[in-house]
Design a protein around this ligand. Structure first.
Ligand code: ZN
Length: 279
């Protein structure tokens, strides 16, 4: 328990620092949405909201859907998925050294990006989306924590209701699909917290909610050595590692330089999330 408490205390300031919209006025947000509110989209949103009008929010948790692929018999090898979020807002940087490292080592990875990060990194985003090493998935249009009853965590800016959740998921997905020609199939809520109803809405929109198994700890500002230790300690077949690629000043690359040779020595390979699911 003491370790858990210390972990949470350490996590709060880091997540607050990663919450670009925490202090953003609602008016700005409304203005940003206007261009997305086409008549077609609004009709679609209304239909989805009607379908879920009587549904209960359910459990609010970091692990509303916990992908456990170690039960997946389709893979008889040891595989780990490295996932990297790009949150956006004030933190719309790009960790080029990290991405270059993944390319050099030919490590496939899944990148969860927000619409607001894409806006600030258009050229980079297009290059990443054309690289077969990377899978682009949905981290929401505006990096709002998805709760259908307006709950939030760590003071991070959240959705107010079901309608906001639909916006965050569907408009994020449409933005990625419009630019890449591929609609995302996974969704990760800001901070990974969400509720059962949001998970059902995501499924209705064709996306599976993904949390994580291994918190490397970059957002807690851990050293490369500590992050590497967390990755190695949690390593098992099917594990999903969460890190970020929107902070060039964070040492994810250095952590991987320590962890990857050891993971390979233990017989692990790396896969994109979409390759975990073999139909
Ligand atoms: Zn994020």
């Amino acid at each position: 328990m003491a370790r858990k408490a210390a972990f949470l205390i350490a996590l709060v300031p880091a997540l607050l620092a990663a919450a670009p919209l925490a202090a953003r006025p609602r008016g700005d947000e409304r203005n940003a949405l206007v261009s997305y509110y086409t008549p077609d989209y609004l009709a679609f949103k209304k239909r989805i909201m009607a379908e879920f009008a009587r549904a209960k929010a359910g459990r609010f948790s970091e692990f509303v859907r916990y992908r456990r692929k170690d039960e997946d018999k389709s893979l008889d090898q040891k595989v780990i998925a490295l996932t990297f979020d790009a949150c956006g807002g004030r933190h719309s940087g790009y960790n080029a050294a990290l991405i270059d490292y993944l390319r050099k080592e030919k490590i496939p990875a899944t990148l969860f990006v927000t619409g607001i990060w894409i806006e600030k990194n258009r050229g980079t985003f297009e290059k990443l989306s054309k690289d077969p090493l990377f899978e682009i998935e949905n981290h929401g249009l505006m990096h709002r924590l998805c709760s259908t009853e307006g709950r939030t965590k760590y003071g991070v800016h959240g959705t107010r209701d079901l309608g906001d959740v639909v916006d965050e998921m569907e408009l994020g997905a449409r933005k990625i699909a419009n630019l890449t020609g591929r609609r995302p199939v996974f969704f990760r809520s800001a901070t990974a917290y969400t509720d059962d109803l949001s998970r059902k809405v995501a499924a209705r929109l064709g996306m599976e909610v993904v949390s994580y198994d291994i918190l490397a700890g970059d957002a807690m500002r851990l050293s490369a050595r500590k992050m590497s230790r967390n990755i190695l300690a949690g390593a098992r077949h099917g594990a999903v590692v969460i890190m970020h690629f929107n902070h060039p000043e964070w040492p994810e690359k250095q952590a991987l330089e320590l962890a990857v040779p050891e993971l390979r020595r233990r017989g692990y390979n790396f896969a994109k999330l979409e390759d975990f699911t073999v139909k």
